[in-house]
Design a protein. Structure first.
Length: 248
C-alpha cells in the first residue's frame, strides 16, 4: 500500500462487507460495492487505473453446483473489463492481469502429470469452471489490448482450506498430483506484476503458476496431511479406493 492506490470491487453482501471492513478505512484503499457482471460497476473501477488485476469470479466447488451461473459470471466479467479498458482515453497504457487456471489443460494422470510449456487446452468432462476460464482467457488474448497476461493459477493453500471439506475431493484420482502455491506467494505475484519495471517481454503471454518442487504432492499424500492435522487418520482407514474418480 505504500507503493500503490487500490480500488477494490466487492459484492455488496453482508459477508463480503464484513470481510472487507478492516481494509476499508486504510489509506490508499477505495472500495466500490458492485458486481463484475454489471458494466457500469466495472467501469467505475477501471477509470484511472494503470493495472487491472482480475482475480474475481466463481470457482470450484461452488462452480460445480452452479455451472450456468459460472459461465455467465466468469465470461461476462472479462468482457466488461475489456470493454471498460477500451473506453479509457489511453487504453494502450493499461495493463490487464487475468487469472486463469491449470484446470484448462484437464486431467493430469501419468505420463503427463506435471504441467509443461505448450500443453494443449484439454478441459475435463463436466468441468464448467475450466470451460468458463478457457472462454474468458480467449477473450483476453484476442481482445487486441497492448498489455495483457494470463496467469494460470494452481490450487492455493490458505488457512481456512481445512474448513471446506467438500465432495469435490472424490473428483480427483488418488494418484493424481498437484503443485500447490500459498496464498502469500500468490499475493506477492500480484504485487510484483504491478511494478513498472516488469520487462516488456513479460506481457502478451500465458504462464503456469505454482509454488515449486517442494509444493508438489500426490492427492493421497495431501489428504493424509490434511486429515492428520484434523486428527482423523489416514486415507487408507477412512476411504475405499473405488470411491474416487480414476481420471479427471
Amino acid at each position: 500500500l505504500d507503493m500503490y492506490n487500490l480500488t477494490l470491487l466487492v459484492l455488496p453482501t453482508e459477508h463480503d462487507k464484513e470481510v472487507i471492513a478492516p481494509y476499508e478505512k486504510m489509506e490508499g484503499v477505495n472500495v466500490v460495492y458492485g458486481d463484475l457482471t454489471v458494466y457500469d460497476d466495472v467501469l467505475r473501477c477501471v477509470k484511472g487505473a494503470d493495472v487491472v488485476l482480475h482475480v474475481g469470479g466463481m470457482v470450484s466447488p461452488a462452480a460445480d453446483y452452479h455451472p450456468e451461473r459460472t459461465l455467465e459470471v466468469n465470461v461476462t466479467a472479462v468482457k466488461n473489463i475489456i470493454k471498460a479498458i477500451k473506453a479509457q482515453p489511453d487504453p494502450d497504457s493499461i495493463k490487464l492481469v487475468y487469472i486463469g487456471t491449470v484446470a484448462e489443460t484437464g486431467g493430469r494422470n501419468a505420463p503427463i502429470h506435471w504441467g509443461r510449456t505448450g500443453d494443449p487446452i484439454k478441459i475435463s468432462v463436466y468441468d464448467f469452471y475450466a470451460l468458463s476460464k478457457v472462454l474468458a482467457e480467449r477473450e483476453v488474448i484476442e481482445a487486441g489490448l497492448k498489455y495483457w497476461v494470463s496467469l494460470r493459477q494452481t490450487g492455493i493453500l490458505y488457512p481456512e482450506l481445512l474448513d471446506n471439506l467438500d465432495p469435490i475431493m472424490f473428483h480427483q484420482p488418488l494418484n493424481g498430483v498437484l503443485e500447490w502455491v500459498t496464498a502469500e506467494d500468490s499475493g506477492r505475484l500480484l504485487a510484483n506484476v504491478c511494478n513498472p519495471d516488469v520487462p516488456e517481454e513479460f506481457w502478451r503471454h500465458v504462464y503456469n503458476i505454482g509454488g515449486g518442487a517442494e509444493y508438489r504432492t500426490a492427492n493421497w499424500q495431501f489428504m493424509n496431511m490434511c486429515f492428520d492435522a484434523l486428527g482423523m487418520g489416514s486415507v487408507e482407514k477412512l476411504f475405499e479406493p473405488h470411491w474416487f474418480a480414476t481420471r479427471n
